[in-house]
Ligand binder design. Sequence first.
Ligand SMILES: Nc1ncnc2c1ncn2[C@@H]1O[C@H](COP(=O)(O)OP(=O)(O)O)[C@@H](O)[C@H]1O
Ligand SMILES: [Mg+2]
Length: 275
Amino acid sequence: MTETQIEHAVEFRNVTKAFGKLVVLNNVSCQLPKGRTTVIVGPSGTGKSVFLKLLVGLLKPDSGTILVDGQDITRMSQQELFELRKKFGMLFQDGALFDSLTVGDNIAFPLRQHTRKKNKEIMQIVAQKLEQVGLPGIEGKLPSELSGGMRKRVGLARALALNPEIILFDEPNSGLDPVMSDAIDKLIIKTKHLTNSTFIVISHDIPGTFQIADYIVMLYKSKVIASGKVKDIQDSEHPVLKRFFARDSEMPIDPDHGTGQLDLRPYYTGQLQGG
Ligand SMILES: Nc1ncnc2c1ncn2[C@@H]1O[C@H](COP(=O)(O)OP(=O)(O)O)[C@@H](O)[C@H]1O
Ligand SMILES: [Mg+2]
């Protein structure tokens, strides 16, 4: 497919966002294809979570345009943004469940907030979504009774509750051991097969990225330095990408973050044309 034939669920055009002197995103442009899985990768602190917050209108850019389904969300009123958010399901970095609510009430929350469905129908949807994430029948449990992996699954069930057009995942593997992490990736892939939704996943889990992504956008030093199909990114000779995806044990660790992530700064040479 050529670029002009692809429909885009999301488009950033020349988006800049700074907090005081810290320019987090500097003139970022990228297009995320509809109905596919795009993984946004980059070292810690590059603005991946900020990117998602801009996308759902929780933050406003300093300049530039953000299109969701062709609509400029940067010009929307609060009421229009409220409507827009029905299109999105979001799995937050830590699951972000309401600790005082049961699993069932957590998943029911967006349905109660955004629909007029009767409780019986809501609880049927809750049961179906729990089934879909492999946790049938745990409606009555409290989040504190669940393991980290289960909390993520419940978070995913809640993100799926409204059958959203676009599902956002902020670091779905963070805090999980490799086995659980792989299980979540498999669940994302399975869920993708069951829906036509657009998936946008933030990740620095490299093997997982290649497993789940159709497209990859690489953020680095406030810029999109590459975007394209997985294969093109995998085969790229760009030094930053090569280092990021090499999983070379000799790769430098970023001392600032202590997260075991890669410090790509020494390898940055310049822009790569996006695909
Ligand atoms: N609301 C905010 N106010 C000030 N600085 C922020 C805010 N949100 C994020 N930042 C800063 O923006 C940078 C990018 O943050 P973030 O998007 O969370 O990075 P990551 O790529 O790790 O998700 C960080 O330096 C962070 O401290
Ligand atoms: Mg983040």
